[in-house]
Ligand binder design. Sequence first.
Ligand code: FAD
Ligand code: MLT
Ligand code: ZN
Length: 432
Amino acid sequence: CGFEPIFLGYSRCVLKPKTTEEVAKILAFCNNNRIAVCPQGGNTGLVGGSVPVFDEIVLCTSQMNTIYSINDTSGVLVCQAGCILENLDKALEEHGLMMPLDLGAKGSCHIGGNLSTNAGGLRLLRYGNLHGTVLGLEAVKADGEIIDLLSTLKKDNTGFHLKHLFIGSEGALGVVTKVAIQCPAKPKATNLAFLGLESFSHILKVLKKAKGDLGEILASCEMIDQSTLDVCTCNLKLKSPLAEFPFYMLIETHGSSDAHDQEKLNLFLEDVMLSKLILDGIVTNEPSKMKNIWDLRERITEGFVRDGYVFKYDISLPIEHFYSLVPVMRERLAGTEGIVRVSGYGHLGDGNVHFQVSCKQFSNEILHQIEPFVYEYTSKLRGSISAEHGIGFRKPKYIHYSKSPESIVIMKELKKMFDPNGILNPYKVLPM
Ligand code: FAD
Ligand code: MLT
Ligand code: ZN
């Protein structure tokens, strides 16, 4: 997938079923013949989960792209797993609705892939994660059995909530074939502020104030450090509307009255400006200007690739430690040859930092200076070594930094129960 040599995939066979029944037949055949299967959606995952690494065939959902229903009143969307996120958003727009999640990969990723990774994204702060918004799903077990969990009800406490096992299980327990998801109303008013700040301690103060002052209209709160912004401005030649500052914040509001939201946002900005919590800032509700600002955030992944090789980490930390890894690592790597930048950005409102070390080319020496230190650091703070991208092929041997031995045993037992022959995404998620 362009980030790490070991993610280069190889497979002699790619199957693109159109229906659940075809998925069931493929899996039953593979199970009987002990053929390993790598489920694949849009192939935008960042931990190698969708890449066939050894002997797997690829089962790709790209032909499973039917939207079955959109209910204007309840906001429930039912569709096949291979629908592209952005296409769903466009279809919902005609009904005054939108998808509850939004990510930079929206033009390629599939909703089935989103569920399987429990994707977070840019508006999780407001609309919550997929464990909350997914009402039901259909999945096919490794032996070809179809499990109908496709409820469209908001409330249903009849026994165990099996759908949650498939959300975030990265194709290891079954192939998700259909999805029912609760979609919020598309906001009538959207405003975006882009702020320049002096330090991370100021960012924390502005975050707290944004939660308090913007309350119910706060939809997104992201941060970027200067070194990260450079990958957009220098590598991709995007224009920033602000001068250079050590840190930046993007704060988006969603509401039903533009006048009301602008009044709130302007008062908030006036306060943070007067109290010198921010050094500069702009606010806009013009779609083209908002897009230009969001490009500075959404195209970071693409910008980093131009540095050369990128060591990427997707970490949850207690909010006061959100940025602490960056200075610690800068010191640890000081003087190391070949490093282009050590930087952090991410979903501030959700405590999820994306920490990157980019270098001219892959180096084992640099790798060993970063790992396992980065995981030990995260574990000591009781953080998560994967906040939203998953474990995939990249991190099974590090899962113990975030999961207790007892929970790993239970995960292995569940895997055995759902996939006794281990045909679904072997080599991924769980340690051998
Ligand atoms: P794939 O990459 O194809 O697969 C991901 C995993 O799910 C694999 O393990 C695969 O085997 C499994 N899988 C796929 N489809 C199915 C299925 N139908 N049934 C069972 N298993 C399946 N992630 C975030 O969480 N937040 C972000 O903000 C975010 N931003 C991104 C921005 C960019 C530019 C890029 C490139 C990636 C970003 N990602 C982000 C990562 C990625 O887009 C998400 O993980 C996304 O949900 C993956 O969807 P996909 O369809 O591409 O899945
Ligand atoms: C993001 O928030 O931009 C993503 O999760 C992608 C990444 O970390 O590269
Ligand atoms: Zn992210």
